[in-house]
Ligand binder design. Structure first.
Ligand code: DHB
Ligand code: FE
Length: 280
């Protein structure tokens, strides 16, 4: 049977992708950011998964305001990086896992979570920047990836509780897939940031670190946190963090091992947070 072996959490700042693509990772501003991912790149090589279930948000790239799925699962064979205004990022195309994705869709929808099935879409920085941070600049991404897009852009967005319960349903789906695959689940976006309005540039280190603590130690309690707390304390785009609860919900109920934890400010307008948890 397939099994979730680990979860990875990381911010997805587009300027980080640009720094990688333009060869600026060694510059004094960026160097401390990328240092926080050195462990992760080696870990990824050592633990190479058979598939990654990658939870991210689309930023009105594949889905405009014409059509806003709350949860969308990618069932396609491949996905091209999107042009977000500066041309597509020079990164490999994403190879999907249609069989596993279809199995997860079947199981999770039968478990009462309404998913939108996506057979064709392009993927934006929400998905490609985490891959670049953890996998570097390979010719091809190390394994098939199932993109799972969550609406955190246009209200109403799903609650932390619903995300956490969805993670549990995803775990059950993966556990019942007949091939013995080592599957990682990634939760991306966050941490504190606000990109517009009078509070643009808001960062809340204390809140972010308390979030990381609670994500590790008491996700059940964390899942009860209302939206208004995220927005008030972590900024309007801090709401991206509810996606981390999907990945956390997919971990087994036993306490995970913290393999790596990293936090850094500044990086563009966002606090960089990163965590790797392994199932025991
Ligand atoms: C930034 C962060 C984001 O999450 C995003 O989607 C766009 C920009 C930023 O910090 O610049
Ligand atoms: Fe974002």
């Amino acid at each position: 049977m397939a099994h979730v072996t680990a979860s990875v959490y990381t911010s997805h700042i587009p300027a980080v992708g640009a720094a990688i693509d333009l060869g600026k990772t060694g510059e004094p501003y960026w160097q401390p950011v990328f240092k926080g991912y050195e462990f992760s790149k080696q870990w990824m090589k050592d633990k190479k998964p058979d598939a990654i279930f990658l939870v991210y948000n689309d930023h009105a790239t594949a889905f405009s305001l014409d059509l806003i799925p709350t949860f969308a699962i990618g069932t396609a064979a491949e996905y091209q990086p999107a042009d977000e205004g500066w041309g597509p990022r020079p990164v490999p195309k994403v190879i999907g896992h249609p069989r596993l994705a279809a199995h997860i869709a079947q199981s999770v929808i039968q478990d009462d979570f309404d998913l939108t099935i996506v057979n064709k879409m392009e993927v934006d920085h929400g998905l490609t920047v985490p891959l670049s941070l953890i996998c570097g600049q390979p010719e091809a991404w190390p394994c098939p990836i199932i993109p799972f897009a969550v609406n955190v852009v246009q209200y109403p967005v799903p609650s932390g509780r619903r995300c956490y319960m969805l993670g549990k349903a995803i775990r059950k789906a993966i556990d019942t897939y007949e091939e013995p695959l080592n599957v990682q689940i990634w939760g991306t976006g966050g941490m504190s940031h606000q990109l517009q309005g009078p509070r643009a540039g808001l960062i809340n280190r204390e809140w972010d670190n308390a979030f990381l603590d609670q994500l590790i130690n008491d996700p059940e309690e964390l899942s009860k946190k209302p939206h208004i707390d995220y927005v008030r304390e972590a900024g309007s785009e801090g709401i991206e963090l509810v996606m981390w609860l999907i990945a956390r919900g997919a971990m087994s109920d036993a306490k995970p091992t913290v393999k790596h934890r990293f936090y850094h400010v500044p990086a563009s307008n966002t606090a960089v947070g990163h965590l790797i948890l392994e199932n025991n």
